[in-house]
Design a protein around this ligand. Structure first.
Ligand code: 13P
Length: 246
């Protein structure tokens, strides 16, 4: 039985005052699922402080593959860990698009995350044009293989499937389409990692809301969600955590 995950990605949103939302989430963080919240880097340390003692892991949204050095504006995995993070999102489609991140870069960032003791949440997902062209599974298979290093285990890695066209649009794939991709990802992980492949958590992301979370989380091989907009307010994210609590 895989433990479900409710993960929130705040993206470039949140000031110190937003930490009140974390406090407000605590009553539903009862330990039935894993809750991960990824604020902008400026809030990691302060959020880790607020989350102390609660069943909430704080995560980063990206890291560099090096431990230190001349990389202006970048953040090392060790720095995230030092600030209190336990996880980091890697290869989000917004970083792949805005910062030209390649599978190899994501692969190297995952190695850095593990080096620092962070769980890597590796994102994959097709664009609308790729889905229309019927190449969804090819694209996702390639991203999974290229972005996930050989040392991946069910403990150090989570895979998030986020169709680019479903992010922030209010549109989601059908439950059958979600199942198709998640079953495919499971198959690829088992092919590569054997029995351990059964243990990896696979998150769905893209317009997850309190109103659709329960039906999405009930889909075959969906082990929770990676949530953007609806993770910003405790009033919304609580409903999603409760759906993951079961
Ligand atoms: P939305 O939930 O806002 O669609 O964003 C999904 C996402 O990109 C999470 O990483």
């Amino acid at each position: 039985m895989r433990r479900k995950i409710a993960a929130g990605n705040w993206k470039m949103n949140g000031l110190k005052a937003s930490l009140a939302e974390v406090e407000a989430l605590k009553p539903v963080c009862t330990g039935e699922c894993d809750v991960i919240l990824c604020p902008p880097a400026t809030l990691v340390a302060a959020m880790a402080e607020v989350a102390k003692g609660a069943n909430i892991t704080v995560g980063g949204q990206d890291c560099h593959w090096n431990e230190s050095g001349a990389h202006t504006g970048d953040i090392a995995a060790e720095m995230l860990a030092d600030a209190g993070a336990g996880a980091v999102i890697l290869g989000h489609s917004e970083r792949r698009a805005d910062h030209c991140e390649t599978d190899m870069m994501v692969h190297n960032k995952a190695l850095a995350a593990w080096r620092a003791g962070l769980q890597a949440i590796i994102c994959v997902g097709e664009t609308e044009a790729e889905r229309d062209a019927g190449t969804t599974l090819d694209i996702i298979g390639g991203q999974l293989a290229g972005s996930t290093p050989d040392g991946a285990t069910a403990e150090n890695t989570v895979i998030a499937y986020e169709p680019v066209w479903a992010i922030g649009t209010g549109r989601t794939p059908t439950l059958e389409e979600i199942a198709e991709v998640h079953d495919f990802l499971r198959g690829r992980l088992v092919e590569r990692f054997g029995l351990d492949g059964e243990g990896f958590r696979l998150l769905y992301g893209g317009s997850v809301k309190p109103g659709n979370a329960a039906e999405i989380f009930a889909v075959s091989n969906v082990d929770g969600g990676l949530v953007g907009g609806a993770s910003l307010k405790a009033s919304d994210f609580s409903g999603i955590i409760q759906a993951a609590n079961g």
